[in-house]
Design a protein around this ligand. Structure first.
Ligand code: GNR
Ligand code: NI
Length: 169
């Protein structure tokens, strides 16, 4: 396993649309192992393959609290179905836009369908942080970042702060 470099905004590879996985080859299995190691090292609660420059429709999520055993979930060829009309707001961050946090409004509940490493298809209703995370990761597979959901003013403020943080580094 290896820790891979996480791409940062404005890397154009973050804007690539990810392609469906047709076959969970040993190469894809290794990619997922690298993604897990990279996510836990960061640390983050989710990571999309796009964020390490691998445009495959794969993301991983682990929202277990620090005092809970880890619970890695692997989502291959994920789909989001039946987003709820009601929205919820969450202060989001992204490993590809480091140190920037901003409120994002998204459907509060979704139904997710995905394949796991064995090719088994799962379908589950999600809410709370899990629903937010899944939508955030799904966006990465479409080349969308959470800052794209902000008003122009809030996005400009976030990007200015990012610029400042980089100049200070
Ligand atoms: O670590 C992460 N935390 C987070 C917090 C609120 C909403 C979404 C996230 S995902 C993020 C990791 C990441 O960038 N995944 O793409
Ligand atoms: Ni992200």
């Amino acid at each position: 396993m290896a820790i891979r470099t996480i791409l940062h905004y404005p890397d154009p590879r973050l804007r690539q649309k990810a392609q469906p996985v047709t076959n969970v080859t040993p190469e894809i299995q290794r990619l997922i192992e690298d993604m897990a190691e990279t996510m836990y090292a960061a640390p983050g609660v989710g990571l999309a393959a796009t964020q390490i420059g691998e445009p495959h429709r794969i993301f991983i999520v682990d929202i277990a609290a620090e005092d809970e055993p880890s619970n890695l979930m692997v989502f291959i060829n994920p789909e989001i179905l039946d987003p709820s009309e009601d929205l919820s707001v969450y202060s989001e961050g992204c490993l590809s836009v480091p140190e920037i946090y901003a409120d994002v409004e998204r459907p509060a509940r979704i139904r997710a369908r995905w394949q796991d490493l064995d090719g088994t298809v799962h379908e589950e209703d999600m809410e709370g942080l899990m629903a937010t995370c899944l939508q955030h990761e799904m966006d990465h597979l479409e080349g969308i970042l959470f800052i794209d959901h902000l008003s122009r003013l809030k996005r400009q403020m976030a990007l200015k702060k990012l610029d400042k943080l980089r100049k200070a580094a």
